[in-house]
Design a protein around this ligand. Structure first.
Ligand code: PEP
Length: 241
């Protein structure tokens, strides 16, 4: 089963969400793909209803590291669950960069999500400097080890390999690099947990060019930001799968 997951970031308002679903009604999305949308939390409840009616998964974009209490401005995993979250992004590079999230915080968030029966979609990937210094595997290994340090069972986790330099830049990693790095992630998981999990690619995926990525046998789908805001583009990517 392939996954196609949208990340609407902080780039969509009520009017665009309504337009997306209006276009969605007229669209024929290919079957046998698991679809999901990561929605800003203020819109999650209303959006989750429509998504679930159509068999799509509803997702959060962030979760508090704590279970509950005096954390002004945060949303707990239990709150996300109550408004319909099936999954939640964690470790996205924008959270690491702008909100200083480190692997230890991300590990706490993964635990909160699993305890509340929400699938974590863990994003990992190297910066441009790390890529140029040929440190990608080292970075991926550290992120996997630290983010999943006390996790006993990875069955409910999904991973997205997202080179930081490819997110929102229009630059995509090469087929060779995507293959090498996703294979490596799967090897690490197999060694540590005795099993692997779905691993998606993310980073400027667009309709038309995405077919080459989906031909790579170890790629289990895509996490899509910019091109997921428009239903026709998202459909174009689904058709490439
Ligand atoms: C993302 O937000 O995870 C992402 C991959 O964004 P974009 O597709 O815009 O690069």
């Amino acid at each position: 089963m392939k996954y196609l997951i949208a990340n609407w970031k902080m780039s969509i308002y009520n009017a665009q969400i309504d337009q997306f679903f209006k276009d969605f009604k007229r669209s024929q999305f290919p079957l046998n793909i698991t679809y999901g949308v990561s929605v800003p939390s203020v819109y999650l409840q209303k959006t989750a209803l429509t998504l679930k009616k159509n068999g799509w998964l509803a997702g959060g974009q962030n979760v508090a590291f704590a279970e509950s209490g005096a954390y002004t401005g945060e949303n707990s995993a239990k709150m996300l669950k109550e408004v319909g979250a099936d999954f939640c992004l964690v470790g996205h590079s924008e959270r690491r960069t702008y909100f200083n999230e480190d692997n230890q915080t991300i590990n706490k968030k993964i635990n909160r999500l699993l305890n509340n029966d929400i699938k974590p979609l863990l994003c990992i990937g190297e910066t441009l400097q790390e890529y140029e210094n040929k440190q990608t595997k080292k970075v991926l290994l550290k992120q996997l080890k630290e983010c999943l340090c006390d996790i006993k069972d990875v069955s409910n986790i999904i991973i997205a390999y997202e080179p930081v330099w490819a997110i929102g830049t229009g630059k995509t990693a090469s087929v060779k690099d995507i293959k090498t790095n996703i294979q490596y992630i799967k090897q690490v998981l197999q060694k540590k947990f005795g099993k692997t999990v779905p691993v998606l690619y993310g980073g400027s995926v667009k309709p038309g060019m995405s077919a080459d990525i989906f031909k790579i046998d170890c790629v289990d789908g895509a996490l899509v930001g910019g091109a997921s805001l428009n239903c026709a583009d998202f459909l174009g990517i689904a058709k490439d799968m």
